[in-house]
Write a protein of this length. Structure first.
Length: 136
């Protein structure tokens, strides 16, 4: 029993470290949904945001990782819009950051029809078309 418990703890620690490393590098493994992985990712995002006490990294270091976090959010939105529209031709048009959710505007298809995606830490909260339905 002790060996099994130690093994589970080690696996949990590995998942935490993997989540931390992925999110610190701006990647989000959408196929991973384990709590340890998510906790590691959140820790990396929190460190990147610089909301806590400084770790001696300096202000310049905080700017680059924040972009890495947005990269994960952009990827999550691109995938969500692809699924929603069933159209693989998507491109990021713009990104606005906020504490609640980041807003990623995605262009779909050859005409780049605009879609809005609300996302935070790689978790998509909402996807909706920005087209004027009255003109269609």
């Amino acid at each position: 029993m002790i060996a099994a418990g130690a093994s589970a703890s080690t696996a949990s620690q590995r998942e935490y470290k993997r989540g931390y490393a992925d999110c610190k590098a701006g990647r989000w493994d959408e196929n991973q949904h384990g709590e340890s992985y998510k906790n590691g990712c959140r820790a990396a995002e929190d460190q990147r945001a610089g909301s806590g006490a400084g770790t001696g990294a300096g202000a310049g270091a905080a700017t680059k990782p924040a972009d890495g976090g947005l990269r994960g959010d952009k990827t999550a939105c691109l995938l969500a819009v692809k699924r929603k529209t069933n159209n693989p031709k998507v491109v990021v048009l713009s990104v606005e950051t906020s504490e609640a959710n980041n807003t990623v505007t995605i262009g779909v298809g050859p005409d780049r029809a605009p879609w809005r995606c609300l996302v935070k830490r790689g978790i998509v909260a909402d996807v909706m078309s920005l087209m004027d339905e009255g003109k269609l």
